[in-house]
Ligand binder design. Structure first.
Ligand SMILES: C[S@@+](CC[C@H](N)C(=O)[O-])C[C@H]1O[C@@H](n2cnc3c(N)ncnc32)[C@H](O)[C@@H]1O
Length: 379
């Protein structure tokens, strides 16, 4: 129990960003695979990771991994886990599942077998005849991959993208976790100018301000494992206190957002306020056709409309042309655009993208076009 096998999950394409975040938090030895990063940690790391990870989806504890080509193996492997160490007698148990390239392909049946094995083991070890399931929530994930079952316990609860600051969002808001990753994939540093000229509900800029002020993104919410007997309240209290101390004061940031829709500008302001970064971002109502860059150097990160509105293709050519005009000669600006519209790179004529990354906003596949600008001269 001293060391835990931890698994952090994330959207496909964000593994390297999450790995870097983990390194910055002191976890140097990590193993990366599609949508997940694995490493060892202590119990006190569970609050730390949940509070601080910006681009990850969940923090899981791996409890077992074993071959499972039939239900007996799945049952026995599950019953061998010391569930009584983790779950109290009143634990509310949910089992989620997935199966990829495995003989045990019926996810529902796997979920029931796992739950049955857990319940039987708990009843026997705790010496009770009935489990009321009225207490703290424990969600177990049974994942079968190539006939190997893995059992993990979800410490997070609602995904880490749910920071708690976003109430007002437009039609197609970016996930907070993806927005944080987009910012971390740029050259932006806290002294530099940052602009999102189609900011919608302001997610990219709010995440950037939180990064610049070293604000833990999970500080305003709670997590499933906060109610677990084994994750003492003191561990959470210490991690929260340290996160509050680490926060930098407002001031000195040059972050600006604009949008043509006044309702979105209001929503972005309200979201920034709830996140506690309202003094760090200037929002204004402006069309990209009126975009004027007042500084020779800067970083622009944006998420234009996707080119599909109410199920029909939308003509974005005049929007792209205005965007292109505003940036064509601004060689000191690094430009980062996430969109699912494949027409974008042809319309942006300043240069070919230096890098294109395939990323996912939920289930929507998008490309992140990265155009590097000249670096500002050092003072
Ligand atoms: C996909 S949404 C951005 C979502 C945003 N990243 C968020 O997380 O909420 C695109 C935004 O571009 C804005 N927009 C569309 N055309 C524009 C234009 N010509 N000038 C400025 N904003 C525009 C829309 O109002 C919308 O809020």
């Amino acid at each position: 129990m001293n060391w835990l096998d931890l698994v952090v999950t994330c959207a496909f394409g964000l593994e390297a960003v999450v790995r870097q975040e983990l390194e910055a938090l002191g976890f140097a030895e990590t193993r990366v695979s599609d949508g997940r990063v694995e490493f060892r940690g202590a119990r006190k790391d569970v609050p730390l990771l949940n509070l601080w990870l910006r681009s990850a989806d969940r923090v899981l504890i791996k409890l077992a991994e074993f071959p499972a080509i039939d239900f007996d193996q799945l049952y026995d492997g599950t019953a061998a886990v010391s569930w009584e160490t983790w779950l109290p007698a009143d634990a509310k148990m949910t089992v989620d599942g997935k199966s990829v390239r495995s003989i045990l392909a019926s996810v529902r049946s796997c979920q029931s077998i796992v739950k049955k094995a857990m319940v039987e083991r708990l009843k026997e070890r705790l010496g009770v005849g009935l489990l009321p399931e009225t207490g703290a929530e424990f969600t177990v994930l049974v994942s079968l991959l190539n006939d190997t079952a893995q059992l993990t316990l979800d410490t997070t609860g609602p995904g880490l993208n749910k920071r708690g600051y976003r109430m007002d969002s437009g039609d197609a808001p970016l996930r907070e976790t993806l927005a944080a990753a987009l910012v971390q994939l740029t050259f932006w540093e806290r002294e530099r100018v940052l602009l999102d000229p189609m900011c919608g509900s302001g997610t990219i800029l709010v995440e950037a301000a939180m990064i610049a002020r070293n604000m833990a993104p999970g500080l305003a919410r709670t997590f499933a494992s906060e109610r677990w007997p084994l994750m003492e309240a003191a561990l959470w209290a210490e991690a929260r206190a340290a996160a509050r101390t680490a926060m930098l004061p407002s001031g000195g940031l040059k972050i600006t957002g604009s949008d043509m829709d006044p309702r979105m500008v209001e929503a972005a302001r309200a979201n920034a306020k709830r996140a506690g970064v309202q003094e760090d971002i200037v929002f204004e109502c402006r069309n990209v056709t009126d975009l004027k860059l007042s500084s020779p150097y800067g970083v622009l990160v944006t998420n234009p409309p996707y080119g599909i509105k109410l199920g029909r293709p939308e003509d974005l050519s005049s929007l792209y042309a205005a965007f292109d005009r505003a940036l064509k000669h601004m060689k000191g600006w690094s430009v980062y655009v996430i969109t699912a519209d494949k027409k974008f790179p042809d319309a942006f004529t300043r240069a070919k993208p230096d890098r294109i990354r395939k990323l996912f906003n939920g289930t929507i596949e998008a490309s992140y076009y990265q155009y590097y600008g000249e670096r500002p001269p050092r003072d």
